[in-house]
Ligand binder design. Structure first.
Ligand code: PSU
Ligand code: MN
Length: 307
């Protein structure tokens, strides 16, 4: 039995039952699996992240579009498709109606996942690092659609800040302008994705998942524009990438992207892949540590929200 009337949006039976019961659910994105992490590690990670949610007492809902249907919660075979299918597309929110119409398949970015999660009635979402304003944006005008979606979607997204390949101060400025609420989790500075901190100050700090849930209740009580809450959760210092190695390899990666003329949707996967190789896999471990921590915290927030 499906609780949704819309065949384009299809929650799994488990997710539909959890939502109907008001039980905690955590949305997970699929682009990080298909485009953000190398094979075969990505499938292990996809399974591991779902297990982290379950261990915390919540239901995972990994989101992707398969054969034109937006799946909210994937089974084992579907998860494998996301991790292994070659040529799988990367879908932002604007791509969803096309994928549905053409019965295409693709992994969903933060923008598409946030949108679909909110539509399905899921309030809490965990990822690694958000997209944002790219370096060189004054010429390229490259700003991730993630930011626009978060400015008009009622979702709580737990992340380790924005990807450090980006222009972090400009991204924070855009989030302020667009009215997206940010709370640092046990931190006074915005996290730096692979790094514990970006060095940029943020205005609000919370100490516990219950405080995030209280902010969410405040959002709903106040009404107004349906904006997101970003819970910025840093990777622990012990698990961060060595900052000097990070800065050196990132410089090389940005130069290579410029030389090779990489643009558009391809730029983020290109830079992340370059960092994995250029750091001998160390950036991957830092990325995974960040994502694991975010998924665990998101689960605790989902539990507090479901109370
Ligand atoms: N977080 C990660 N790895 C990733 C991403 C997030 O740790 O690969 C993905 C998300 O799906 C995010 C996307 O939405 O990168 C941003 O892509 P773009 O810069 O093209 O908007
Ligand atoms: Mn872009």
């Amino acid at each position: 039995m499906r609780t949704t009337a819309h065949p384009i949006l299809q929650p799994s039976d488990e997710v539909a039952a959890a939502l109907a019961a008001g039980a905690p659910v955590v949305a997970l994105e699929s682009t990080i699996i298909s485009h953000g992490l190398p094979q075969p590690r990505n499938l292990e990670v996809a399974r591991e992240l779902e297990a982290v949610v379950r261990d915390a007492g919540a239901v995972p809902a990994t989101i992707a579009v398969l054969d034109g249907v937006a799946k909210i919660g994937l089974d084992e075979v579907e998860l494998e498709r996301i991790a292994t299918e070659s040529g799988l597309r990367k879908l932002g929110q604007r791509d969803l109606p096309v994928a549905a119409a053409l019965k295409a398949s693709g992994a969903t970015t933060v923008s598409a996942t946030s949108f679909l999660a909110a539509r399905a009635g899921i309030r809490v979402f965990a990822t690694g690092g958000l997209g944002g304003v790219h370096r060189g944006w004054t010429e390229e005008q490259d700003e991730s659609a993630d930011l626009d979606t978060l400015a008009r979607t009622r979702i709580t997204i737990v992340c380790a800040g924005v990807k450090s390949i980006l222009d972090v101060p400009s991204t924070l400025q855009r989030l302020e302008t667009r009215g997206v609420t940010i709370a640092g989790y046990q931190t006074d500075t915005f996290p730096g994705f692979y790094l514990h901190t970006s060095g940029e100050p943020i205005d609000w700090r919370i100490e516990a998942p219950e405080e995030a849930a209280a902010i969410m209740r405040g959002q709903d009580a106040l009404g107004g524009p349906e904006t997101a809450l970003i819970v910025a959760n840093p990777v622990p210092v012990a698990q961060q990438l060595d900052p000097e190695l990070h800065d050196r390899v990132l410089g090389e990666a940005l130069a290579a992207a410029g030389r090779e003329g990489v643009t558009g949707q391809a730029i983020t996967p290109f830079l992340l892949g370059y960092l994995v190789r250029g750091t001998g896999g160390a950036s991957l471990e830092a990325n995974l540590a960040a994502v694991r921590g975010n998924v665990a915290l998101a689960s605790r927030i989902a539990l507090a929200w479901a109370q």
